[in-house]
Design a protein around this ligand. Structure first.
Ligand code: ZN
Length: 398
């Protein structure tokens, strides 16, 4: 709960659902919603809130939350395995300190209103065990540390993790990664990988691994993005982390190419796990790339709707929280995600799930936020808003 908010308040509320906002009100006490309904509020409202239910931060590294990063380090010096500063920190720091980093990260993520975060956890099985112990609801993608493929190690990681998150195809022998991906697929777990963050990487090789999603794509060519769209592999973008290293994710082109996109805050040492602050950067980049800033709304739900709910029952972590943002004016991206704005958590009261009536006013997004017609160059492509068949791989947690 934001310190600036009074303990009890009534707010006019715009609750986001697919394609628009429902207008109503909430009354909250101590960060918990005690009343929520459509229509005008029976009390005088103090503020106006945009409410986003069940937001998933699609990419984090929580354990480096305590690392102070010296200015001016390159991406390679800081995060390249095995000897980048971050990896030396994670290797040399006692488990109790990492646990404390993770605990503080989990608290910060929740206080900013995210329902869940999807973490690329380093330090092998032990790293995953630590995170599962401290944040039982985290979606964990563990990373093997053995110099060669070791099925026993992957088995051990998957005791605690929901899948495997690999640094990149440039950081490990491709045979090793293929063996890991095969085993993860057999186990029906998740497999994800950083791609083309610093240099362009071989998209055919990446997609041959059948990833659940890919992360970054800053240096990707249009053809790489198109291949993700065709393979229905979502792209997670992390604008704040990328911009720290002078990179810019190609978010407008991702929308144009019809690929699904999700948003993540990446390394805890660089960014707070605050999806609203990340969204401010997202719409700033989208404006500069002359794209549709309202595409930010769907990025909050891409992984939960399209994959995680089907795979691992993300429901264990979700459906308890709104990400709430005070704003003024119409519920437009530029009004909600202003520079310096920050998300806060409003917890839904157990058993208080609102069933909106069909009469509820659904506030449409502006014309600018409705899907643009396909450009001529891309007219043959399937668009993301068109009907989509379920993915061919059905992931069911064993
Ligand atoms: Zn990452």
């Amino acid at each position: 709960m934001d310190q600036r908010m009074p303990d009890r308040f009534a707010a006019k509320a715009f609750t986001y659902e697919r394609g628009g906002f429902r207008e109503g009100y909430v009354i909250a006490e101590g960060g918990v919603i005690v009343e929520e309904d459509e229509g005008p509020c029976p009390e005088r409202t103090d503020i106006q809130l945009a409410l986003f239910p069940d937001v998933v931060n699609a990419h984090t590294h929580c354990a480096d939350y305590g690392l102070k990063v010296p200015a001016g380090m390159s991406l390679e010096e800081l995060v390249a395995p095995p000897d980048g500063l971050k990896h030396r920190y994670l290797r040399d720091t006692p488990g109790e300190v990492l646990s404390e980093n993770i605990r503080r990260f989990g608290e910060a993520s929740a206080s900013h209103g995210s329902s869940a975060f999807v973490d690329f956890r380093e330090n092998g099985a032990e790293g995953c065990r630590l995170l599962r112990e401290v944040c039982p609801d985290a979606v964990i993608l563990g990373r093997p540390v053995s110099p060669e493929f070791d099925p026993g190690e992957i088995e051990e990681i998957l005791r605690y993790a929901d899948g495997i998150g690999i640094s990149s195809v440039s950081d490990m022998p491709s045979g090793y990664i293929e063996d890991v991906a095969d085993m993860v697929r057999d186990r029906r777990a998740l497999f994800a990988i950083h791609v083309s963050e610093r240099v362009r990487e071989d998209m055919d090789l990446v997609l041959s691994l059948d990833p659940t999603f890919v992360v970054h794509m800053c240096e990707a060519e249009d053809s790489d993005i198109l291949k993700c769209a065709e393979a229905e592999v979502p792209i997670v973008v992390c604008p704040g982390s990328n911009m720290y290293f002078g990179k810019v994710p190609p978010i407008s082109r991702i929308v144009d190419m019809g690929a699904d996109m999700a948003l993540g805050t990446d390394n805890g040492m660089l960014r707070e796990p605050d999806m609203i602050a990340e969204s401010s950067l997202f719409i700033d980049i989208m404006d500069r790339q002359e794209g549709d800033s309202a595409s930010v709304f769907d990025t909050f739900f891409t992984l939960s709707r399209k994959i995680l709910n089907r795979n691992i029952g993300l429901g264990r972590a979700i459906q308890r929280r709104y990400m709430a943002v005070p704003f003024e004016g119409e519920p437009l991206p530029e009004n909600i995600f202003r520079p310096g704005s920050s998300g806060m958590s409003l917890t839904k009261r157990i058993g208080s799930e609102r069933r909106w009536s069909s009469r509820t006013y659904l506030c449409p997004l502006t014309e600018a936020s409705t899907p643009r017609p396909p450009s001529r160059r891309l007219s043959s492509l399937r668009r993301p808003w068109e009907e989509r068949s379920p993915p061919s791989t059905s992931w069911i947690r064993p």
